[in-house]
Design a protein around this ligand. Structure first.
Ligand SMILES: NC(=O)c1ccc[n+]([C@@H]2O[C@H](COP(=O)([O-])OP(=O)(O)OC[C@H]3O[C@@H](n4cnc5c(N)ncnc54)[C@H](O)[C@@H]3O)[C@@H](O)[C@H]2O)c1
Length: 248
């Protein structure tokens, strides 16, 4: 068990990629804090994990709100006594172009994807420093590197911001033994990708050398690798999980 007794906080943990990450950590012996705004999703996954015999805390928290995030991290520490791993996975997407996107949509995407990641990172620094180290893994996107024609401009912009934040924190926190990395998924089958128009779905599969969409478990494996001892000399890295679509 790679993460026996460690505590992992997973934002957006109620479904999709976050759910797969949570289940993968549980299988590897970790205790998991699920953080989400989807109360029903949180309750369902908490029950599923408890049935597996896993230790889980489910917290309803909007990561764009810094005081909610501070309270949530305090609760995790009170419950489990430590925080070893933070997976910044919660994110939203909006469709549109520079001409059609509303200012409200731009603000919401930046507030959750970028500021939410900042809020969560800031709130775990102290507990991680106290333990002499920690691991932060951000779930970015291929859109940060390539842009995207169908998602509204805020999405790729927020994820590029998440990547720059990750590299800055990797430098600033290395002296404290805190490693900060990212995965950049593309075309993973979740509710988010279910919003793709059918034509876009076909085009995407045709453009992926491995010839299929990704599974949430594919991303979870990459996240666990970056959080594990096997990656102990890796920080500031973006690991692509895209079936070979972008090789950079
Ligand atoms: N699915 C893909 O193909 C794909 C590709 C690249 C990147 N990503 C990224 O992976 C991450 C997870 O995506 P997914 O496809 O699993 O999406 P999803 O919509 O299935 O899950 C996202 C989760 O985040 C939660 N969430 C949204 N706003 C929140 C907030 N303010 N506070 C707390 N939780 C909040 C949602 O309730 C949901 O449970 C996102 O950051 C997304 O940008 C996904």
């Amino acid at each position: 068990m790679r993460f026996q007794d460690q505590v992992a906080v997973i934002t957006g943990g109620a479904k999709g990629i976050g759910r797969a990450v949570a289940l993968a950590f549980i299988r590897e012996g970790a205790r998991v804090a699920l953080v989400d705004i989807d109360k029903a999703g949180l309750a369902a996954l908490r029950e599923e994990i408890e049935k597996l015999g896993g230790q889980v805390l489910a917290v309803c928290c909007d990561i764009s709100n810094s005081s909610e995030v501070r309270e949530m991290m305090n609760l995790v520490q009170k419950t489990f006594g430590r925080i070893d791993i933070l997976v910044n996975n919660a994110g939203i997407i909006r469709r549109g172009t520079i001409e059609t996107v509303t200012e409200e949509d731009w603000d919401r995407v930046i507030a959750i994807n970028l500021k939410g990641t900042f809020n969560c990172c800031r709130a775990v620094i102290e507990p991680m420093k106290r333990r002499g180290g920690g691991k932060i893994v951000n779930v970015s996107s291929i859109a940060a590197k390539t842009g995207d024609i169908t998602s509204a401009p805020g999405y790729g912009s927020s994820k590029a911001g998440v990547d720059a934040l990750m590299k800055t924190l990797a430098r600033q926190l290395a002296p404290y033994g805190i490693r900060v990395n990212a995965v950049a998924p593309h075309a993973i089958e979740t509710e988010m990708s279910a919003q793709w128009p059918e034509e876009k779905r076909r085009e995407i599969i045709a453009s992926i050398p491995l010839g299929r969409l990704g599974r949430p478990e594919d991303v979870a494996e990459a996240v666990l690798f970056l959080a594990s001892k096997s990656a102990s000399f890796i920080t500031g890295e973006i690991l692509d999980v895209n079936g070979g679509m972008l090789m950079d």
